[in-house]
Write a protein that binds this ligand. Sequence first.
Ligand code: NAD
Length: 489
Amino acid sequence: MTASISAPKDILYEQFIDNAWVPSRSKTYRQVLDPYHESLLAEVTCGDPADVDLAVAAAQRALPGWRATPEASRGAHLEAIATGLETRRQALAELSSCNNGKPLAEAYQDLDDAIDCYRYYAKAAVALGQRQGTVAEAGQPDLEARHYWDAIGVVGLITPWNFPLVSSAWKLAPALADGCTVVFKPSEVTPLPEQILAEIVMEAGLPPGVFNLLLGDGEGIGAPLSRHPDIDKLSFTGSNAVGEAVMRAAAQGVRPVSLELGGKSPILVTEDADLTVARDLVMAGICYNAGQMCSATSRLLVHESLADDLYAAIDAAMAALQTGDPMAKETDMGPLVSALQRDRVNAYIAQARAEDLHSETPPITLPECGFFVAPRLYREVPTTSRLWREEIFGPLLCARRVANDEEAIALANDSDFGLAATVVAGDPDRAEAIARRLEAGNVWCNNDQIAPPQGSWGGMKRSGIGRELGDSGLNAYLELKRITRPIKH
Ligand code: NAD
């Protein structure tokens, strides 16, 4: 059943530039849907290159003042942003759940992650101030040298729809802490929670032009922002195809990029693993956010002695999953974010049929409305299958049994991607030894996929360039400057 489309509650035809909402130059709009009720939530501008020009100019004007603002004061602004999010925690979690389709509990986790991230970089800004002027090796007895870190400039930040407020926090918090001014473009699919940032930033007292938010799609905003000559750095999270386009655009003027792209991450289970732990980690790795995670562990490599038992346990867990209204407490898995995303995943199910892949997952009854896809485990998937090699971004798990750790590691690394991995082993040292040999930016051993702000996030191989979070995230928006001079006697 498709619910009828009613008038939008929100009309987002304005851009946030210089601390004011100004009408977009675009005359085209797109609909923002609630993926569970399939109802209209809002209409949002597609954006226009003229909006980008205005926002970049505002960010350029604000740069000298913000760059010169003491680090501790920038940190205090970040702390205020964290407080602004905290004050709206419930409303924002509900909005995010309703716009994205993720269960409310997951939306709360996102909010808490975002708040932690702003708080972490509030402190990191203070620490940055303290390390300015660090004495460095001069290389000659009559010279002294010091290191300083300067904001890279005006940065363009582009994010996807799967973790609203989180992907943006990972970029905005360090960029602002470092003294950069920003033009931020959230996904056109989930603009509702992100646009509240404008209100929060105003309350936090950021000067005009420091934070600019442009609503719109790739054509209206993303591409013009990427090629804008006055953008000093681009930080992009999203698909590989668009990441390549952003990198090509950034080549003009030799502007640096950070890219957080796709994944096809493995989960390895050794013969001494606890079956229940393995089942739970496999389920979380493929069903959290309905599998719409860049770090989804969508390739299971399990020791042959455990394979049949683990497959049966996963099938039973998938069959028992409660799908439904993301706002309902009992819901384990919500709909996919859009009809487009559901159709993409369904195309992989059709491909699995065409390839004659084997699944014994019992069918589950899906809600009557909403862009749902039932989770599924495919057993002994050939490594040549498209389902084994391509990022699906939905709750479809491919599995293979392996004879030993060597085979598991070789298969795990046989991928274009290298974002993340999980190892489940009875012996934690064995798990870590395996983890050391995996080509992935993040490996979790016998634990959930956590990404605290103190950590690091990013991929090897085609999964991207650079790291977010922690010190790497801070350094991503800084230029190191070395000053050398004769020692004063
Ligand atoms: P997408 O690449 O379609 O869109 C991402 C963003 O880019 C959106 O804001 C979009 O409007 C914008 N965009 C589109 N065309 C553009 C262009 N030509 N120039 C500049 N910007 C443009 O990705 P998506 O469908 O929103 O998200 C899913 C993808 O994101 C998956 O591939 C997933 O793996 C990846 N992702 C990666 C990470 C990570 O940390 N590595 C995290 C989340 C999502």
